[in-house]
Design a protein around this ligand. Sequence first.
Ligand SMILES: Nc1ncnc2c1ncn2[C@@H]1O[C@H](COP(=O)(O)OP(=O)(O)OP(=O)(O)O)[C@@H](O)[C@H]1O
Ligand SMILES: CC(=O)C(=O)O
Length: 583
Amino acid sequence: MSQSLHLLSRSPHLSFPSLSSSPKPSLSASPRRIPAPSSYPGSGALSIRASISDSPNPHVLVSDNGTGSARAAPAAADSAASAAIEVDAVTEAELKENGFRSTRRTKLVCTIGPTTCGSEQLEALAVGGMNVARINMCHGTREWHKRVIERVRKLNEEKGYAVAIMMDTEGSEIHMGDLGGASSVKAEDGEIWTFSVRAFDSTLPERTISVNYDGFAEDVKVGDDLLVDGGMVRFEVIEKIGPDVKCRCTDPGLLLPRANLTFWRNGSLVRERNAMLPTISSKDWLDIDFGIAEKVDFIAISFVKSAEVINHLKSYIAARTPHGDISVIAKIESIDSLKNLEEIVQASDGAMVARGDLGAQIPLEQVPSAQQKIVQVCRQLNKPVIVASQLLESMIEYPTPTRAEVADVSEAVRQRADALMLSGESAMGQYPDKALTVLRSVSLRIEKWWREEKRHEAMELPPVGSSFSDSISEEICISAAKMANNLGVDALFVYTNSGHMASLLSRCRPDCPIFAFTTSPSVRRRLNLQWGLIPFRLSFSDDMESNLNKTFSLLKARGMVKSGDLVIAVSDMLQSIQVMNVP
Ligand SMILES: Nc1ncnc2c1ncn2[C@@H]1O[C@H](COP(=O)(O)OP(=O)(O)OP(=O)(O)O)[C@@H](O)[C@H]1O
Ligand SMILES: CC(=O)C(=O)O
């Protein structure tokens, strides 16, 4: 049984062929509600995500299936607490028992580095739930990054994954050099170190660090604080001798290759010089050309100060990739980017809360509220947002996270950020797979808890489109998501050419999973960054009924829906909503 509400407007920017029957605005009776079973017997702990494609070799993907350790929720510490708090020892494996209902909504981005660049390690990350692989052009050569991209692409082609590639530019930041090949060096309290604009070579005295910015020695003053990596290590400037700046270590710690440097004077960040540097350096432009040539899915731009640079970059990319297959992500990591937040997010295709550098530019205690604000603005403007940096920092060295790290991850999930990102944990840490498992299990757990707590969260989402047709799409998605929550439907289906309607549904953060079907592999990969979307590539016909039936049987065959499930389908071919039971 199917009931439909068609709105008589064809979106002008869609190129689907017309439907044969004329649409009827009818939603005459309440839909037949088949009560959802409380669990799917026999589905066990394994959830299968399928790659539906018209390729000759549609592989099945296994995801979120507890390849890592299953973690029990902590038991109540005392009886008073257990009286007040429902203690629930559900493990990740048990969370899977409801089949796709427990599909993870929060997407996971992994920075690829020396410990994860091999094919086997990349596959382990994909199995573990990596949705996007990030390569950071601050580190490694273009040849190195090219090999990583090729390996991810091979994995996608041969095993059916849709892992997207995000290329992150270096930006015009001041940073240290390479440490002569060492993976890290320890700076101890009170030690004297020299920061020099001379290029690193083995003849430089011990405890000398090269700095990439020629004006460095001129700009710093005796008495300034020099912060490495946003304050992970701190020095005081004690003397300047030509190109060399002598500093005393005041907060000891590990110096990592190419760590960023900021200097503070009388408690304020010195940023005049940074403000004069171009956002996109000449090296960045070469990296951007590389990213375009390699057809990466996202380019993340560091130290964005205004919307202008994003607009400029988007026109540059558009002139070189006519299909608009590369999305631009603005990294929010400076005071200027916070000041111009809305216009930057509006101009971009998404944003990253780059807490590492942000925490070096604003007082650390302001980072949490900045994060919340960025996440909110992105959702309002319908742009995906990634929360990045130090989520599980201790897991670079240790196999278990700290409680504080778990709380931090939980907060980002509760804020309903689209994605969480691993940096050093996956690039050069000792436990990349375990770190990913922690992100996965915490996401599943908090999402489930939040669905129970906030089942009918009010959706105050301002309009984002400018045309009447855009407004129709938005209203359809908001209505579909509300109906899905109110009726407790099992899944939302969205048939989308450009991905726009899928992202509008994702923005509503509905309770049930959203299966998104698109004709384009590139759109599919980019949808993989967005909250709650399970994207598939599918060849559409112009017959909606047959599309529905095709997707039902494909998902049924994979155990992702079953007969009697209540589904709402929306489509941007002919803007429409349909409510039906899976036959
Ligand atoms: N391609 C790479 N080759 C070598 N080391 C890498 C690579 N990518 C990342 N790393 C290591 O992992 C660490 C964390 O990675 P991340 O991408 O967060 O770098 P970052 O230097 O903090 O830059 P950003 O501020 O852009 O995030 C780096 O400091 C570096 O030591
Ligand atoms: C990810 C990044 O660039 C930062 O946190 O600074």
